[in-house]
Design a protein around this ligand. Structure first.
Ligand code: PLP
Ligand code: SF4
Length: 352
């Protein structure tokens, strides 16, 4: 079935046949805590007959979200620890996040900012807060890159995006503007000529990091939207979250990375899921993640290899967590593992 607007309540989802079995009170509790939205494009991808559908798992609320573990936290990656002014997160010297909106076209059940996004979230930056955020960027010449995230910055109208880009264009030291978004897959029709023009500014290079987690999300419409962006000179990279029951097998991960590369999107990050409240049903162990990431090596092109990263709780930033393939034996001698897992001496032994 094809919906014509986003589904935003349990009732909407039930009417669309997307709530499996009988509805229970727990789902209303989930809905009261965390925002719901499933766009027509994503709803159309769900197979209601499949209780393990990987698209449904990402967007349809689940009673498991009420299970909160002691190590989970409202601000899992420590945004607030590095926020000098509202809307800005300045953790690394040369780049800042600019969180202009806390609204998304779809709400992911595993979202790391789930306590901040949605209708009950932090909302959109008021114009005075926007002024202070731009003043902060202008006052810090070490800021080379501005990363628009949120929320999803592409929910803003082309007019508002163009105004953000114009203000960044006026700051000489900013060279790169990066957008983190799910819109090209969740609402591909939004990516029209006006939107694309608004993402570009003279003298700046625009990057767009597309968030997608399953190869089925790269529909024909999504591929066309990405094609329009890349044709316009916007560089695309990917960002995915490694999620139990969505993409935690080598075939799905390989197909996802290949789909990106086929669409001129360079795989960038594969995130280990953050410790967001009520998301433990999505988390695998780091060892499981390392094994999956290692399975991509050799099996698919080097172009298809993302970096497996963990955002360290408390605001310490991201770190690469793939298993090491090299052991230091001392004296300049190492043991290295190839993609079959076989080990070799480096430098080779003289007898070889
Ligand atoms: C993830 C993140 C970035 C971007 O990191 P890259 O490694 O450059 O992609 C920048 N600032 C903050 C606060 C982040 O969380
Ligand atoms: S699109 Fe990003 S910010 Fe929005 S709900 Fe999904 S993970 Fe969270």
């Amino acid at each position: 079935m094809t919906a014509s607007r986003a589904l935003k309540t349990i009732d909407d989802l039930e009417e669309a046949g997307l709530i499996a079995g009988t509805r229970n009170a727990q789902l209303s509790d989930v809905a009261a805590r965390y925002a719901i939205a499933v766009t027509p494009a994503m709803a159309a991808l769900i197979d209601p007959g499949d209780p393990n559908d990987p698209i449904a798992r990402q967007f349809i609320p689940d009673a498991a979200e009420l299970v909160r573990l002691p190590q989970e936290r409202a601000d899992p990656i420590g945004d607030t620890a590095h926020s000098p002014v509202e809307g800005i997160v300045h953790r690394y010297p040369d780049r800042v996040l600019l969180k202009a909106v806390h609204v998304c076209p779809v709400y992911c059940r595993f979202c790391f900012r789930r306590e901040m996004v949605g209708p009950q979230g932090l909302g959109t930056l008021a114009s005075q807060a926007m002024d202070r955020a731009f003043a902060y960027i202008a006052d810090h010449p070490e800021i080379w890159e501005v990363i628009l995230t949120g929320g999803d910055p592409l929910v803003l109208s082309p007019r508002r995006l163009a105004s953000v880009m114009e203000r960044l264009a006026a700051i000489d030291h900013v060279k790169i503007v990066r957008f983190h978004t799910r819109v090209p897959v969740a609402e591909p029709e939004r990516v029209d000529a006006a939107m694309i023009a608004a993402l570009k500014a003279s003298g700046k290079t625009t990057y767009l990091a597309l968030h997608a987690n399953h190869p089925r999300e790269l529909t024909m419409d999504a591929r066309a939207a990405c094609g329009r962006l890349v044709d316009a000179g916007i560089v695309m990279v990917s960002q995915s979250v490694l999620l139990k029951g969505v993409n935690d097998d080598p075939d799905t991960l390989a197909a996802l990375m290949r789909a990106f590369v086929e669409n001129r999107i360079k795989p960038y990050y594969l995130h280990h899921p953050d410790l967001a409240p009520g998301t433990s049903h999505f988390r695998l162990t780091i060892e499981e993640g390392q094994a999956l990431v290692a399975s991509l090596r050799g099996r698919v092109s080097g172009l298809c290899q993302p970096a497996y990263v963990l955002d360290i709780p408390g605001g310490h930033g991201k770190t690469v967590i793939s298993a090491s393939t090299i052991a230091d034996n001392g004296g300049g001698c190492y043991t290295v593992a190839d993609f079959h897992g076989e080990t070799h001496a480096y430098p080779p032994l003289v007898t070889d």
